[in-house]
Design a protein around this ligand. Structure first.
Ligand code: PMP
Length: 362
């Protein structure tokens, strides 16, 4: 059997073993065509089928209502930080940004270069330990849109409930929690997510948006940065990241065959409970960095009593086969990313390691 690491990387991150094995099987000969999928035209019927099927699966798994389109774009979620204001932030309007941590902050900073923004709510005063309550988010009736970051990958926080923005478009960065649980897509007008955490490898960004928003971009926006370019061509305007989309296709099928998003959420809650329990039951030896009501089921952040102890934790965990537990350089401390493809057994092993480490060092 393949020996796999306990992979808690934040992204790129763990992929389901079954997906990797199927990709390996099909690597040199994709479904009997005598070539790999990387060696054929993106306009071939084989690739078109992968593209169409993947877009349909995104709709099916998330329960996307009629009137929305799914796009596969390039440039990562970071390019969306710019494309969103370039396409939607018209002169004379302002866009609201909810500041919940590093990623929301980056999105807001990028938007500032294209127009006026306002801070719709901010968790900065509390050190980003909590997501603002939906009622505390200022929705100006004339706002171009309100932007939220569903899951802060670095801080380790996640919206428990999304705000209702009425007739103002709600835009969500779901890069690090798309498909970790069922959501009501109709609350959003526009969702985007880099694939490299819950959906596949890096190289493709999924956009799910209301048709109206994708109809007409302002004239001055370059072709590749206009949503209407990609909406009109079913994401085949230029050469897409074929292999990334193919792996996303396999991951979507994996999610479906494992019970869809309800099952993903159940698994993720069970997995993260093991680790949060190890934190909460440690008598203060481990300290969670986020308030319980805003805790993420994708990225668990925690601290130990000293930097030295944290170093020792990392060193010992690495020796035992754990990967990716060092916190992001912006906040330090420790982080365990528990995306859909991270098995229960890895989380169990981590919780056991944490308890054992506490007993030896507490
Ligand atoms: N938003 C969030 C919430 C993220 O976690 C990340 C990447 N870690 C990004 C945006 C940026 O994504 P990319 O690297 O695909 O540009």
């Amino acid at each position: 059997m393949t020996k796999r690491a306990y992979n808690f990387n934040a992204g790129p991150a763990a992929l389901p073993l079954e997906v990797l094995q199927q990709a390996q099987e099909e690597f040199v000969d994709f479904r009997g065509i005598g070539m790999s999928i990387m060696e054929i035209s993106h306009r071939s019927k084989e690739y078109e089928q992968v593209n169409d099927e993947s877009q349909s699966l995104v709709k099916e798994l998330l329960g996307v209502p009629d009137g929305y389109q799914v796009l596969f774009l390039q440039g990562g979620a970071s390019t969306q930080f710019a494309m969103i204001p370039m396409n939607f932030l018209k002169p004379g309007t302002a866009a609201g940004y909810v500041l919940t941590g590093s990623w929301a902050d980056k999105a807001a900073k990028e938007a500032k270069g294209f127009g006026e923004i306002y801070v719709a709510a901010s968790g900065e005063a509390s050190g980003f330990r909590a997501i603002p309550a939906p009622g505390d988010i200022e929705v100006r009736p004339d706002a171009a849109y309100v932007h939220i970051t569903s899951n802060e990958t670095i801080a380790g926080s996640q919206y428990a409930a999304y705000p209702d923005t009425g007739s103002v478009p709600l835009i969500g960065d779901l890069s690090s929690d798309i498909m970790c649980r069922p959501i009501d897509v109709s609350k959003f007008d526009f969702i985007y997510a880099g694939a490299q955490k819950n959906l596949g490898p890096s190289g493709v960004t999924v956009v799910i948006a209301r048709d109206e928003l994708l109809q007409a971009s302002p004239k001055h926006v370059p072709t590749m940065l206009r949503y209407d370019t990609h909406a009109k061509s079913k994401s085949l305007y230029n050469t897409p990241p074929v292999y990334s989309v193919y792996i996303v296709n396999l991951v979507l099928k994996w999610i479906k065959s494992h019970g869809g998003l309800e099952a993903m959420e159940r698994m993720n809650r069970d997995k993260t409970k093991l680790i949060y329990d190890a934190i909460d039951g440690s008598g203060g030896f481990y300290r969670g960095l986020v308030e319980p009501g805003s805790r993420s089921i994708m990225n668990i952040t925690f601290a130990l009593g000293s930097e030295e102890l944290e170093k020792r934790f990392i060193q010992e965990s690495e020796k035992q086969g754990f990967v990716g537990l060092k916190g992001h350089r912006d906040v330090g401390h420790l982080r365990a990313s528990t995306y859909n493809a991270v098995p229960y057994e890895s989380c169990k092993a981590l919780a056991d390691f944490m308890n054992d480490f506490r007993q030896r060092n507490g």
